[in-house]
Design a protein around this ligand. Structure first.
Ligand code: OGA
Ligand code: NI
Length: 365
C-alpha cells in the first residue's frame, strides 16, 4: 500500500495511465493504493439508473432437454416459453444442457491459469483487431475508448477454425471440448428459436450459414476493485452475433436491462445464461431484440466470466427473414450486411446508428 507517498505525488501519478499491461498486474503491484488511478474512473453515475426490485419478475428458465426428448406437446410448450423469453426479456437460463459442471469449472480454472501467466508471456497474444484469432488485453478497445475498463480479457476464435494459446498446459483441450459442447447447445436452440418465430426449423441455421459460423470464446477477468462505484467492468452494450452464452465463477456482477431497469443476474453453477444478440435481432426483423447488459465490479472478490459469442459465418449477408416483414405493420427494420462488415463498422464506433434503419429508410423499402 502506498500510504507513505506524499498526496501530490500520488495525485500526479494517478492522472496518467499507469505503465501496466493489465488490471491484474496493477492490483498486484506492490505500490498499488486503495485509490484507483483516474485512468480507470468511469464518469457515468451507476446509481442514477434504477435497479429492478420486483421479486416476482425473474429470468425465464428453459429446460433444453425437453426439446430433444419429449412429446410434441412438451416441445411446443418449450418453444412457446422461448418466444416469451426472447421477446419479453432477450435472455434466459438454460438447464439440462449437457455441458457438464466439471467441464465449465475446468474451463474457468484454465482461464485463471492463463491470466496468472507472467505478463511477458501473455504479451505474445496481445492483439488489436477484432478479427485476430487470439487476442489478450485489457480495457475495451484502447484505440477508440479513452477510459480504461476494470477488466482483462482473452478472446479466441474457436469456430469455424479452432485457435487457442498453447499455454497453460491442457488449455487447448479443455477449450476445444467446452466450445464444441456449447456449439451443440446453440445448434439446438437455434432450431427451436426458428420455430418460435414461425419459421422452418433450419431457417436460422441456413440463413446464417451457422455450420461455418463464428464462435468466439472470451474470458473476462475483473479483479476486486477498491473503489467499485468509480470503475466499470464493461459498460452497457449489446453483443454481436446470434446468441451469447455466459457463465461465471460464482461472483456476481452481470446486469441486464429489463423494462428500463437494471436487473442483477445470478448465474446458477449448473445453468448457462443465454442472451439474444444483434444478428438474431436482425434476422427476426426486431421481433427479438438484443439485450443491453453490463458488468459491474466489486471490492471483495475477483470475478471471472466466460462469454461465448455464436454468430453467422463472416461472409454471409444477414437480413431480416422476408416472412417476418411486410409493407404494412412490419416494415424491414435493418440494413443488410455481412457479419464481417458489421464487425468492421462496430470497430469504428458508429455501428448502432447505422444498422437499424430509421423510419424514413423503412418506408423506402
Ligand atoms: C461480454 C460481457 C459480461 C460479464 O463479454 O460481452 O458482456 O458478465 N460480459 O462478464
Ligand atoms: Ni456482452
Amino acid at each position: 500500500m502506498a500510504s507513505s507517498i506524499p498526496l501530490d505525488t500520488l495525485k500526479a501519478s494517478l492522472v496518467h495511465p499507469p505503465k501496466v499491461t493489465s488490471v491484474k498486474a496493477l492490483v498486484e503491484s506492490t505500490d498499488f493504493s486503495s485509490l484507483i488511478p483516474s485512468f480507470y474512473t468511469f464518469t457515468h453515475n451507476l446509481h442514477d439508473e434504477p435497479i429492478s426490485d420486483d421479486p416476482d419478475d425473474s429470468i425465464p428458465i428453459i429446460d433444453i432437454s425437453l426439446l430433444v426428448s419429449s412429446t410434441p406437446e412438451e416441445q411446443s410448450q418449450v418453444i412457446h416459453q422461448l418466444t416469451k423469453a426472447c421477446s419479453d426479456w432477450g435472455c434466459f437460463m438454460v438447464i439440462n444442457h449437457g455441458v457438464s459442471e466439471s467441464l465449465t469449472k475446468a474451463m474457468i480454472a484454465s482461464f485463471q491459469e492463463f491470466f496468472d501467466l507472467p505478463e511477458e508471456e501473455k504479451k505474445e497474444y496481445q492483439g488489436n483487431h477484432v478479427m485476430d484469432p487470439i487476442r489478450c488485453g485489457t480495457g475495451f478497445n484502447p484505440s477508440i475508448n479513452k477510459a480504461n475498463l476494470w477488466r482483462d480479457f482473452l478472446k479466441c476464435v474457436t469456430h469455424p477454425e479452432f485457435h487457442s494459446p498453447n499455454k497453460p498446459a491442457g488449455f487447448s483441450e479443455i477449450a476445444l471440448e467446452f466450445s464444441k459442447r456449447n456449439q451443440e447447445v446453440v445448434t439446438v436452440l437455434l432450431k427451436a428459436i426458428s420455430k418460435s418465430l414461425g419459421l422452418e426449423e433450419s431457417y436460422i441455421d441456413k440463413a446464417a450459414n451457422f455450420e461455418l459460423g463464428l464462435q468466439l470464446l472470451a474470458a473476462n477477468y475483473y479483479p476486486a476493485c477498491p473503489e467499485p462505484e468509480k470503475a466499470i467492468g464493461i459498460p452497457s452494450h449489446y453483443d454481436h452475433g446470434l446468441l451469447t452464452i455466459l457463465v461465471n465463477n460464482g461472483v456476481s456482477g452481470l446486469q441486464v436491462k429489463h423494462k428500463e431497469k437494471w436487473f442483477n443476474v445470478n448465474i446458477h453453477p449448473n445453468a448457462l445464461f443465454v442472451q439474444v444478440a444483434d444478428h438474431l435481432e436482425i434476422l427476426s426483423n426486431g421481433k427479438y431484440k438484443s439485450i443491453a447488459h453490463r458488468a459491474l465490479v466489486n471490492n471483495k472478490a475477483t470475478r471471472m466470466s466466460i462469454a461465448l459469442a455464436h454468430g453467422p459465418s463472416l461472409d454471409t449477408v444477414i437480413r431480416p427473414a422476408p416472412e417476418l416483414a411486410d409493407n404494412e405493420s412490419h416494415p424491414l427494420m435493418y440494413v443488410e450486411m455481412t457479419y464481417r462488415e458489421f464487425l468492421e463498422l462496430q470497430q469504428t464506433g458508429k455501428l448502432r446508428s447505422k444498422f437499424r434503419l430509421n423510419s424514413e429508410q423503412c418506408k423506402a423499402f
